[in-house]
Design a protein around this ligand. Structure first.
Ligand SMILES: *Cc1c(COP(=O)(O)O)cnc(C)c1O
Length: 372
């Protein structure tokens, strides 16, 4: 069996939740974002941990993720952030889900079905305030909201928007978006729509204490223990929840000038000890880490040498005494006093920690460490 393993520390996720809660203040509700299989950490155990820690709401991307949670017995309110298609209306009603709403036809379909089943379906109206991704475009907000006032069977429980630049504390665009969102909220109130749950703050905004006053915040990445942008030292204690480990499967001593891996992109500068691990880009370890990545073995950092291949990567372990087949190799996480973070890997390959976590989580067998 492949010795690779992604280990998820649920206690770290719980503690990160508590840290966010403390920062946001005890009156602020928390919608924990668990889309993309909880950023690769596994949505079912993560949601159960967050539910018992006191999360008020869960946010998923699509209906399928929401149904998966309900089937596993999750009872928290769930916001389907991508919205729904008309065919999905029955499943929303049956499973007590809250769709993001930004389309007239969907509002009408929800209204009709809800009235027919003597139900009132909660919705969160999603407004696009400048991200230009998803939501009612702000110029169309008034007429959309107006049309909702005459629809029976749906209740505008919430309104929300998403921030484009919250990972850049100095960027004035965030305040512009928040300002526009407040205007649209006032417009809604003038029309008699008074949503009780209003939210805009993702992790970046949270760290800057922006958008707290609205009543609910929507953290994702912070819960998994990574800052929303690299080099941003958050003033809350964060514990990275994911660790990715493998083991050495071969060790060889080679003379100076020996080429390593496809393309012979690395040649040993002297006699070297090269170790192979069964991890490659198929396991979420990017090929862009070729000749760039570092991993931990026997508590020390060693470099990836040559190209990362589909399922194998070579390490120059010459600086470490006694490396042997079976030794544990940490690709993400800590070993001894050293730690490799998702931010560090992300920076080397020109992406963000979010993508690194999603890739490692989805490509490997996961095991869980439960809170004590
Ligand atoms: C992903 C997402 C979040 C969470 O973002 P983080 O940066 O991980 O905190 C919040 N809201 C929406 C709509 C999202 O898509």
């Amino acid at each position: 069996m492949i010795p690779n393993e992604v280990i998820i520390d649920l206690e770290a996720i719980r503690d990160n939740f508590f840290a966010v809660k403390t920062l946001a203040g005890h009156d602020t509700r928390i919608l924990a974002v668990v889309k993309a299989d909880a950023y690769g950490h596994g949505v079912i155990p993560v949601a159960a941990t967050l539910e018992s820690a006191g999360a008020d709401y869960l946010g998923v991307f699509d209906l399928e993720e929401a149904l998966h949670l309900r089937q596993a017995g999750c009872r928290l309110p769930i916001l389907v952030m991508m919205g729904i298609r008309a065919e999905e209306v029955p499943a929303v009603l049956e499973n007590g889900l809250t769709p993001a709403l930004f389309q007239q036809e969907i509002a009408e379909a929800l209204s009709r079905a809800s009235v027919q089943h003597h139900k009132v379906t909660p919705v969160h109206v999603k407004v696009d305030t400048g991200m230009t991704r998803l939501g009612v475009p702000s110029p169309a907000a008034r007429s959309f909201l107006q049309s909702l006032t005459s629809m029976k069977g749906i209740r505008v429980e919430g309104m929300f928007s998403h921030l484009a630049t919250s990972d850049q504390p100095e960027n004035p665009f965030t305040e512009q978006q928040i300002g526009l969102f407040s205007k649209i909220l006032n417009m809604a109130r003038d029309l008699g729509i008074c949503p009780e749950i209003v939210h805009i703050a993702n992790s970046g905004a949270l760290l800057d204490k922006k958008g707290f006053s609205l009543g609910m915040v929507r953290p994702g990445i912070l819960l998994y223990g990574s800052p929303p942008s690299p080099g941003r030292a958050p003033d809350i204690p964060l514990k990275p929840a994911m660790c990715f480990k493998s083991r050495v499967i071969q060790v060889q001593s080679v003379p100076a000038g020996t080429p390593i891996s496809y393309g012979c992109t690395y040649r040993t500068p002297a006699r070297c000890t090269i170790a192979a691990i069964p991890v490659g880009y198929d396991d979420g370890y990017s090929r862009m880490l070729s000749n760039k990545g570092e991993v931990l073995i026997r508590g020390k950092r060693v470099p990836v040498v040559g190209r990362v291949t589909m399922n194998l990567t070579m390490l120059n372990v010459s600086s470490v005494e006694g490396v042997a087949v079976g030794d544990e190799v940490v690709l993400l996480g800590s070993q001894g006093r050293e730690r490799i973070t998702a931010e560090e890997i992300a920076e080397k390959i020109g992406t963000i920690s979010y993508e690194v976590l999603c890739n490692f989580g989805k490509s490997n067998r996961r095991t869980y460490v439960h809170p004590r």
